[in-house]
Ligand binder design. Structure first.
Ligand code: FES
Length: 123
């Protein structure tokens, strides 16, 4: 959390650093994403943390140089609690070039079934 109420909340949203100020301490991540950031991909369902329609991914430092990635219900997560963290919404998925993911389909001769896999394309 910011040191005091006057300090901006600093977070990364879909890979872009954002300083947030002037928001209510009770503002939810969901309302901020949809109303202020114009990111409608995160949906509101129950607004009580039960349905998962508002799920985003939050990354935060574990303190050992690695990141912990967690699914978070944006409808019950307050903006000030995101200081120093990274938030990824569904909109971040479309910014990745399609060619960076390579899909393949292979068949298993033993079962006759096919399986799909996705992996980053090599350069
Ligand atoms: S809207 Fe249902 S969990 Fe957030």
């Amino acid at each position: 959390m910011p040191a005091n109420g006057n300090d901006p909340i600093r977070l990364v949203l879909n890979g872009e650093r954002v300083d947030v100020s002037g928001v209510s301490p009770q503002a939810t991540l969901l309302s901020w994403l949809r109303e202020t950031r114009q990111l409608p991909g995160t949906k509101e369902g129950c607004a009580e943390g039960d349905c998962g329609a508002c799920t985003v991914v939050v990354a935060e430092s574990r303190g050992d140089g690695t990141l912990a990635w967690k699914p978070v219900n944006a409808c019950i997560r307050l903006i000030p609690s995101l200081d120093g963290k990274a938030v990824f919404t569904v909109e971040s998925l479309r910014t990745r070039p399609a060619r960076s993911i390579r899909c393949s389909r292979r068949s298993s001769s033993a079962t006759g079934r096919s399986a799909a896999s996705a992996r980053p394309a090599s350069r």
